[in-house]
Design a protein around this ligand. Structure first.
Ligand SMILES: Cc1ncc(C[n+]2csc(CCOP(=O)(O)OP(=O)(O)O)c2C)c(N)n1
Length: 317
């Protein structure tokens, strides 16, 4: 199988893990933030990076990003419930904070925006290290209206940092539609910083992956930062318990018809890479993997007071 075909299959699998985890968690947790319809942006951003690259994922997709970086699904699920077996030993939520040992930067304060600046900092560290590592920051369209966006992109442009900024534009910030969030488009801001801006179909996983990989290659080669806007749509609610009555069902249906997983399945089939029965096999395999991880985590213990009060949350100076 060619390298391209392997990569397309890996993208497909990652989208399936994202959706199946979402489905299972969302069925028991009304506060979960599902990424239904946005899987192509998530898979396309985190596939194909180096182990020494840093990522600062959008919170909607944090768990899948952590998985893509090599984190264990059972331990990630344990992090949703504050279990001892989670990466932070029950001391931070895995839905907003991925494991730093896999180069995943989290929303440590819970505020949206600072992760763009953390990513710029990681890119500066990578530049000083001079080993070709990059930082990829992914953020929502609502987050792009925060001042952090400007500060991070300005710094990355001025210092020619190896950074890739990807707007996971799902066209909503909770109940506020994109046209009431910001004027113009996100990508049109790139020339203002003197960096390239790339607009991509966020429901086409191959298009997203190619755009990210091209920007990553440019950053590795010393070419500096890129801003990518991946336009998609949040088919689910802001949270799994959100009925999302602030938009028409016609609009939702229109986007649901461009389902990123179905689109990629059709491509894999038409290129002779994976037929319908192969796709079903992979779906079953992923569903079993996700269900097994969730079942195993249910038996994991909670941390005791000695763990919750421990001071190993600080790095050695
Ligand atoms: C600084 C800050 N303001 C407000 C919030 C509350 N909040 C949580 S999610 C969210 C919507 C963010 O929209 P967007 O960046 O487009 O991401 P999406 O939820 O659409 O994926 C808001 C306002 C927050 N976490 N941080």
């Amino acid at each position: 199988m060619s390298e391209r075909d392997q990569s397309w299959l890996a993208l497909y699998r990652l989208m399936l893990v994202t959706r199946e985890s979402d489905r299972l968690i969302g069925s028991i947790d009304g506060h979960w933030h599902p990424a239904l319809g946005e899987e192509a942006v998530i898979a396309g951003c985190y596939h194909g990076l180096r182990a020494d690259d840093a990522v600062a994922p959008h919170y909607r997709g944090m768990l899948a990003a952590s998985y893509a970086r090599g984190a264990d699904l059972r331990r990630l699920f344990a992090g949703l419930e504050g279990k001892l077996t989670s990466y932070t030993r029950g001391r931070y939520r895995a839905d907003v904070c991925g494991p730093i040992e896999f180069g995943v930067i989290g929303l440590y304060s819970g505020a949206l925006g600072p992760t763009l600046e953390y990513a710029a900092g990681a890119a500066l560290a990578a530049k000083l290290d001079a080993k070709g590592a990059v930082a990829v920051a992914v953020f929502g369209d609502g987050t792009a209206s925060r001042g952090n966006f400007h500060e991070a992109l300005n710094l990355a442009a001025v210092l020619k940092l190896p950074a890739v900024f990807v707007c996971q534009n799902n066209q909503f910030a909770i109940s506020t539609a994109a046209e009431r969030e910001h004027g113009g488009t996100i990508v049109d801001r790139a020339p203002g910083y003197g960096i390239p801006g790339v607009s991509v179909d966020g429901n086409d996983v191959v298009a997203v992956s190619e755009a990210v990989q091209s920007a990553v290659g440019r950053a590795r080669a010393g070419g500096g930062a890129t801003l990518i806007e991946a336009l998609t749509y949040r088919v689910g609610g802001h949270m799994s318990a959100d009925p999302a009555t602030y938009r028409s069902s016609e609009e939702v249906q229109q986007w649901a018809r461009r389902d990123p997983i179905a689109l990629h399945e059709a491509r894999l089939a038409s290129q002779g890479i994976l037929d319908a029965s192969g796709a079903q096999r992979l779906r079953d395999e992923v569903a079993a993997e996700v269900a097994r991880a969730m079942a195993q985590e249910q038996d994991d213990p909670m941390p005791g007071a000695e763990v919750l009060g421990a001071d190993d949350v600080f790095a050695e100076a």
